[in-house]
Design a binder for this molecule. Structure first.
Ligand code: PEP
Length: 252
């Protein structure tokens, strides 16, 4: 069964004390209203993970890392491996966020290695794809999304692919205040699901959670999440305000 997921990507914000406070506030804001079947995931910075994992109820909030190394271990100064992330208490890893692709030059092949290492360590990849505004304006957005999938996760085996969560995040909507319209989101999510169905299997495509990301907030989450192929959101800025994030969780 396809899961509804709302994941908060805190990016590079907050010291440890503030991070712990935010995690506590999210848990409190979600409160006892936990019965709408939504999986809530928080992706704080790496160094927050082991501490936050000790103070939250894992039955109510799961943790994600925002990235992981493309190698398993060894002489890669400054990197954080999938094994380390798992041992810090996380269950998910965001892979291929557009900020990683743009500012850190992450390639499709490196992202595929990250996905494989994540799966080998029993972590669930939240694999991000999305087009730039110029791609959409030129009418290339479907082709671009197809290429991002074909060059990376379409090399996985069917049982590996079935463990993924996909996040469609149009780059022009991330942090801009301009979200994709519900029609644009549904159209692209449907397209992604159709590609997965063609390449792998219809049942797997139907079971896969596809999240929308890009200026999603409490005021627009409901109209986005109501679409049949939108299974939740990857939330950036609005995840830094506990009450706003909780309202997004309850927008289904
Ligand atoms: C993101 O960075 O994944 C994101 C969706 O950011 P925002 O919600 O701030 O647009």
């Amino acid at each position: 069964m396809r899961k509804k997921i709302v994941a908060g990507n805190w990016k590079m914000n907050n010291g440890i004390i503030e991070g712990l406070e935010l995690a506590r506030s999210v848990e409190q804001s979600i409160g006892s209203r936990t019965n709408n079947g939504v999986k809530v995931v928080l992706a704080p910075p790496f160094i927050h993970l082991p501490l936050i994992s000790k103070i939250i109820d894992p039955g109510r909030i799961a943790l994600a890392a925002q990235n992981c190394a493309s190698e398993a271990k060894g002489a890669f100064t400054g990197e954080v491996s999938a094994l380390m992330i798992k041992s810090a208490g996380a269950d998910y890893v965001i892979i291929g966020h557009s900020e990683r692709r743009t500012y850190f030059g992450e390639t499709d092949s490196a992202l595929l290695r990250k996905v494989r290492l994540t799966l080998e360590n029993n972590l669930i990849p939240i694999f991000c794809i999305g087009e730039h505004l110029s791609d959409r304006q030129a009418g290339h957005h479907f082709r671009l999304i197809r290429a991002q999938l074909e060059n990376s996760v379409f090399h996985l085996k069917t049982e590996e692919l079935s463990k993924l969560v996909i996040a469609y995040e149009p780059v022009w909507a991330i942090g801009t205040g301009v979200n994709a319209t519900p029609e644009q989101a549904q159209e692209m999510h449907f397209y992604i699901r159709s590609l997965i169905s063609e390449k792998f299997d219809k049942i797997i495509a139907d079971d896969l959670s596809i999240l929308y990301g890009g200026s999603c907030k409490a005021s627009n989450a409901r109209e986005l999440f109501v679409n049949p192929d939108v299974d939740g959101g990857l939330i950036g800025g609005a995840s830094l305000i506990a009450s706003e994030f909780a309202d997004i969780v309850y927008s289904f």
